[in-house]
Design a protein around this ligand. Structure first.
Ligand code: NAD
Length: 283
């Protein structure tokens, strides 16, 4: 039986630290503040925005929603992002994605100041991830994986990490984060040959493919740590990860569940980044 790496205790521990840090900042006259920029009324965006607002309020962090019509043009969005950059009271900005057609995500990412880029979308944040001395943040989901490893005292140094998925949101940034922790990292993707053999070589496996329960018993061996980032829905509409939990949990040393694993930590990481950004302002 594998250890179940629940996200909730990680989130609670982060909450505790954040509440103390925010209280300390407020005593110094500074309240961290997040701006959330949403275009249109996509239900997923609204749900994420609601959970981020609740998380901010629970931790006495100020939050402002900037809601723009779905038909907003690129220039208008860039102007709003510039206003966020210029607003000295705002420490962090979350731009909900995907953006509506007609707005280039790369232009929006370039427009945001990296020191306020608490979800790690800007070129500056990418450079920061790659080790350059530039202000920026890793994407929250990638950082949430590290928070789970840290909480359960899993040291990545010297371990072989295999990440399945190479997106800019999860796979690539996580490769950089694990490399910085001295893991030996392999990034797999849809064109990787003999994926089961590559995954079986890993000490730490991160599944970030977005394929419901695709990774069954044949991908795993005893002793592995498995972080399942996937959020999918099966034929019955039930939320599940990329890993077939029922098959794999009895084999491996430890595994995150879905739901209740990485996803349970992500919004605390967002908040941590807002508080870190505010701390930089305080000096
Ligand atoms: P994406 O679609 O941008 O990238 C998926 C990656 O998986 C691609 O690099 C692709 O090459 C690879 N891939 C797809 N099928 C594969 C296969 N059969 N074999 C090998 N590689 C394959 O997805 P994303 O935005 O990185 O998200 C990945 C998953 O993580 C999704 O399920 C998403 O919902 C979830 N997610 C979770 C959180 C969270 O907070 N837990 C946050 C963001 C994304």
């Amino acid at each position: 039986m594998g250890q179940i790496l629940q996200g909730k205790p990680v989130a609670l521990a982060l909450s505790q630290q954040l509440k103390e840090r925010v209280a300390d900042m407020r005593r110094q006259g500074k309240t961290p503040r997040l701006a959330i920029v949403r275009l249109g009324e996509a239900p997923d965006d609204i749900a994420y925005e609601k959970s981020a607002i609740k998380c901010c309020r629970d931790h006495e962090v100020d939050v402002q929603s900037i809601v723009l019509p779905a038909g907003t043009g690129e220039e208008q969005l860039l102007a709003h992002l510039q206003a966020v950059n210029d607003d000295k009271q705002t420490d962090g900005c979350l731009l909900l994605k995907p953006l509506p057609p007609g707005i280039r995500e790369s232009k929006a990412a370039e427009a945001l100041a990296p020191q306020k880029d608490v979800d790690g979308i800007t070129p500056g944040s990418l450079a920061h991830l790659c080790g350059l001395d530039i202000a920026g943040f890793p994407p929250c989901t990638a950082q949430a994986c590290l928070e789970i490893l840290d909480h359960y005292q899993i040291d990545a140094a010297g371990k072989r990490a295999v990440i399945i998925g190479r997106s800019l949101v999860v796979g690539k940034p996580l490769a950089m984060l694990l490399l910085a922790r001295n893991a030996t990292v392999t990034v797999c993707h849809s064109k990787t040959k003999d994926l089961p053999a590559v995954v079986r070589e890993a000490d730490i496996v991160v599944a970030a493919m977005g394929r419901a329960r695709l990774l069954g018993a044949e991908y795993f061996r005893p002793g592995q740590i498995v972080l399942d980032v996937g959020i999918n829905f099966d034929d019955q509409g039930k939320m599940c990860g990329d890993v077939d939990f029922a098959q794999v949990e009895p084999i491996v040393a430890a595994i995150t569940p879905v739901p209740g694993g990485v996803g349970a930590v992500t919004n605390r990481v967002l908040l941590k980044h807002v508080v870190d950004a505010a701390q930089r302002v305080l000096g």
